[in-house]
Ligand binder design. Structure first.
Ligand code: DAH
Length: 342
């Protein structure tokens, strides 16, 4: 076959193969196959050297034209194929700009933590510092040092989880009292937040697990009036200036006198409602002047010093002022409940 025929055949083969190509990778391969260094077009160029000097210009022109034509055909196909490929890709990867954005869930503080922080903020602002004591406690600090004798009937007021004959889960944060007195000498001015445990039947009103904050103040000349003033100040900071307080005599073995503090029902302003059980008052804490026996256990001379203490339940406060009717909600982790406390 002469060169002109070879050129024609190449053109024909190339165009036939180009027709069936539908992606840019195959097109590149076809281009290399025909126009690459080892391809037939380069082969023709080499063959030109064997032609007579007379024919060479004419044949050279034909080869060059072929080369030009093939490479232009490749370029034109590339543009068409790439446009098709892009169209394909876009149709597969389309973005619906009208879709709503993904929801970003922010965490929030548990309502019990929120109340605890509020209470601590107020009391720290009033000069108390925070002390912690163990959840797993000895009978001594939880009961005996607090003037509960072994057979004291007041032990029955708090159903206790005993771990063995010596250790128990503390039933109140009052276990912090004598521990703190042993470590520090007066003036002592502390608050103790923490978990407490009681072996109660779980119901809407009581749980085996809850939180308290204890307060203790010991110094020279601490009087009952100081106790009242401190708790009144605390109540007004927690519930507003207008809150009314009421001090009722009560009994706890570790204080004398002992009392319970009520506030005017914040829901009905004293008219009487479901929340205050139609009494007009809500009990918020227990308190009293620290019993001389307890001071002695803490190596503090009751002739020289006096003090007051109080304790309050955080679940109780949260329930009263958030109108929450079931204590079990706090431990069930139901977002429908928790999301109501932003
Ligand atoms: N510990 C008591 C309880 O859990 C509360 C209490 C009452 C604490 C009187 C006190 C107090 O410090 O003086 O019921």
């Amino acid at each position: 076959m002469g060169l002109p025929e070879q050129i024609e055949k190449l053109r024909f083969d190339f165009l036939a193969q180009l027709q069936s190509i539908s992606n840019s990778k195959d097109l590149e391969a076809l281009k290399v196959k025909f126009l690459g260094k080892k391809g037939p077009v380069t082969g023709l160029m080499i063959e030109l050297k064997n032609c007579s000097a007379e024919d060479r210009p004419q044949l050279g022109k034909l080869v060059n034209e072929l080369k030009e034509e093939l490479s232009q055909a490749c370029d034109a196909s590339l543009i068409r194929i790439q446009a098709d490929e892009m169209k394909n890709q876009f149709s597969q990867e389309w973005i619906d700009a009208t879709l709503p954005g993904r929801k970003f869930n922010l965490g929030r503080m548990h309502p019990i933590s929120q109340m605890l922080h509020r209470v601590l903020d107020i009391l720290i602002g009033m000069g108390f510092s925070v002390r912690l004591s163990p959840d797993v406690e000895t009978d001594y600090y939880n009961f005996e040092a607090l003037n509960f004798a072994k057979d004291h009937p007041a032990r029955d007021m708090q159903d206790t989880f005993y771990l063995n004959t010596e250790y128990l889960l503390r039933t109140h944060t009052s276990n912090t009292q004598v521990r703190t007195m042993e470590q520090f000498s007066p003036p002592i001015r502390i608050i103790a937040p923490g978990r407490c445990f009681r072996n109660e039947t779980i119901s809407a009103r009581s749980h085996v697990f809850f939180h308290q904050v204890e307060g203790v103040y010991v110094d020279t000349n601490v009087s009952f009036a100081d106790l009242m003033a401190t708790l009144e100040e605390f109540a007004s900071k927690l519930l507003g200036e207008k809150v009314q307080t009421r001090f009722r005599p009560s009994y706890f073995p570790f204080v004398e006198p002992g009392l319970e503090v009520d506030v005017r029902c914040t829901s009905c302003q004293g008219e009487g409602c479901r929340i205050c059980k139609h009494t007009g008052w809500l009990e918020i804490l227990g308190a009293g002047m620290i019993h001389p026996n307890v001071l002695r256990k803490g190596n503090i001379d009751p002739e020289k010093y006096s003090g007051y203490a109080w304790g309050m339940g955080i679940e109780r406060l949260t329930m009263l002022f958030g109108d929450i009717r079931d204590i079990r909600l706090f431990t069930e982790n139901d977002l429908r409940f928790l999301e109501q406390f932003p």
